[in-house]
Write a protein that binds this ligand. Sequence first.
Ligand code: NAD
Length: 478
Amino acid sequence: MVSYKAPLMYIAGEWTKGSGKPKDVINPATEEVLAQLPGATEADLDRALESTQRGFKAWSGLSAEARCDIVMKGCQILRERAAEIAPHITMEQGKPVEEARMEIIRAASIIEWDVQQGRRAYGTIVPSDPGFNRFGLKLPIGPVAAFTPWNFPISSPGRKLGAALGAGCSVIIKSSEETPTSTCALVECLLAGGLPPEVINVVSGNSSMISAYLIASPVIRAITFTGSTPVGKHLAKLCAEAMKPAVMELGGHSPVIVFDDVDVAAIAKQGAAGKFRNAGQICTAPTRFIVQEKAHDAFVETFVNAAKAIKIGNGLDKGTQMGPLANPRRMAALEAMVADAKAKGATIATGGSRIGNRGYFFEPTVLTDVPDDADVVNIEPFGPIAPVIRFNDLEEAIEIANRLPYGLCSYAFTNSQARSFELAHRVESGIMSLNHFGTSQADTPFGGVKESGYGREGGYETLDAFMITKFISQKITA
Ligand code: NAD
């Protein structure tokens, strides 16, 4: 039995329970209470805000190379501790322990890329009149407030911390109330690598109170959020009132366009593996399978068989391929979506129900003949439900793909170069994978268009949200 280390907040260089109301942290596979989540009060947040100002002064005062050395050492420690931290992610969130371990390695890789980008944050030299120097300096924007979700409890905080630290900023981070220890473990590793104590503050508790308080504070200069589109819109309004820039990484409803000129069975198998990974709770998950008429039935048959073969269980158990949903909210949402689709005439090709009555387990579900007005093809399902939709030609496929207000990720499969080119230009999404189900890496830009948000994490652009360009014009006096 793996023991679970209770979460704490980290304020002004000290681990603390804080003084607010605690909340249960629940294991979604067993519904047992794992620990108490500390609750931050306004007084706790004030201490974190004062601390982050000191942290910013210390961190931005170091050279990019010195910052890089410290964070790289922290990442090395994170990699070494991956096997020990992984079960915590599984216990809080449900995913299979090997997936949790891989997520930790991914978090390390993301942070390493980000912090090294700090060494390449070149400014510009502008041609000047004689007697003048003109240049654009890249400077860290200031203390950042970061809000992260429960589906990737360590790589999402990794994206926020890596970019902010790489830019030279301090951070106050609030991770999801459902998955707090992963952030604590990550911060412990960075501190063990030599990060000055006040560069990161960790707070937890009431999400809406904490975000409203931090965003309104003049100390905070930029915001980064990953979560649902409705909460993102709410936070974007708070940011607008305080004139703060923000990165918004929000929901998606990724179309997967499958033409009939590909190996349909192979794509169906890979699609099922991608769809049901992390129980479908991934913002870039392949979700609306839009399959050309001639290939539709063969696709559904293989996809359904692959869905039925998935081994479901506690993520700590060997061989588990899909764990529980992360929380009872997802269970209620999925049950409602299936009932709605059924009432509107969809066919349940497999699944559709909760498994057992302990733990939030839900069957891998495939729906066919889903009408356009069914919730499941309009609202992000964020769970193991795959609607399969038919199309006839390229124009119709693009129309279906672009029908929704989301635009995070998209996938398409065809052996035609001409079609690939059309799809790459016309499907509205921030990320597109052609002929495979992989998505972003540390060195590639990640983010959405339309209501999936704005700003990019990772890639060449990773520091943009956390740096300002300051124009300096200098008259040479001597
Ligand atoms: P939610 O939007 O209520 O919560 C998502 C995350 O945002 C949680 O971790 C929560 O702690 C945080 N949050 C909520 N309100 C907040 C606030 N006022 N200020 C700061 N943080 C806040 O959604 P949920 O019920 O946890 O999940 C439902 C939906 O969220 C899913 O259907 C999916 O669409 C979306 N979601 C998206 C991602 C993503 O990676 N983009 C991740 C998790 C959830």
